[in-house]
Design a protein around this ligand. Structure first.
Ligand SMILES: [Zn+2]
Length: 199
């Protein structure tokens, strides 16, 4: 089916109104687009025939998200150019083939000047983490929150589905602060109660 046929099919449906769910889906999808895909998406959304199908408010929303992602791509592009990393430049424009985790950035860490001695165990230094591209504050935790040897087993975690900076859209590598996919059986609370043994 050609692009024109598809547009005519869409035209038969009448005006399309986005739900909140549609918007959330659109927003998340936008963040994964490379430069070429973004231009294509912009052309499709603003196609003169297709435009008529959208609610003006939805069109504004989509174009705003397009602009946001264009800004994020622009920032990444500039950074790659400054580093003379032309492989990264190509990837930003044309998208990645294959793997996905290599372009994720580790957050920038800043340690507090004074340790906090209260708490059991003592809280220690405050660690603040920032987006390495735009500098947005991401999260903070004390040394004690991430100490691997805590007796109560507590460990600071961030959401496991958090992969992008909410301000500039940069892909972030937060694996270190996220729950492992498959925790060691000994660490699973109440695992013993769930197990049933035969005989
Ligand atoms: Zn950012």
């Amino acid at each position: 089916m050609s692009e024109l046929d598809t547009l005519q099919e869409v035209a038969k449906l009448g005006k399309v109104k986005m739900t909140d769910e549609d918007r959330a889906y659109f927003k998340a999808g936008m963040k994964t687009l490379c430069g070429t895909e973004l231009i294509f998406a912009g052309n499709v959304i603003n196609d003169k025939d297709l435009r008529k199908q959208f609610d003006p408010e939805d069109l504004d929303f989509m174009n705003k998200e397009l602009g946001r992602q264009a800004g994020a791509i622009w920032k990444r592009l500039l950074r790659a150019l400054k580093k003379h990393d032309f492989a990264a430049v190509e990837e930003i424009i044309r998208g990645k083939r294959g793997g996905s985790s290599e372009e994720a950035w580790k957050p920038r860490r800043e340690r507090g000047k004074q340790p906090t001695l209260t708490g059991q165990p003592p809280l220690g230094y405050l660690n603040s983490f920032y987006c390495p591209i735009c500098g947005k504050h991401l999260f903070s935790c004390y040394d004690a929150d991430i100490a691997p040897d805590r007796k109560d087993g507590f460990r600071f975690r961030v959401a496991s589905d958090w992969h992008y900076c909410s301000k500039c859209g940069t892909m972030l590598d937060l694996a270190e602060w996220q729950q492992e996919e498959t925790p060691a059986p000994a660490a699973v609370v109440g695992a013993d109660e769930e197990l049933k043994f035969d005989g």
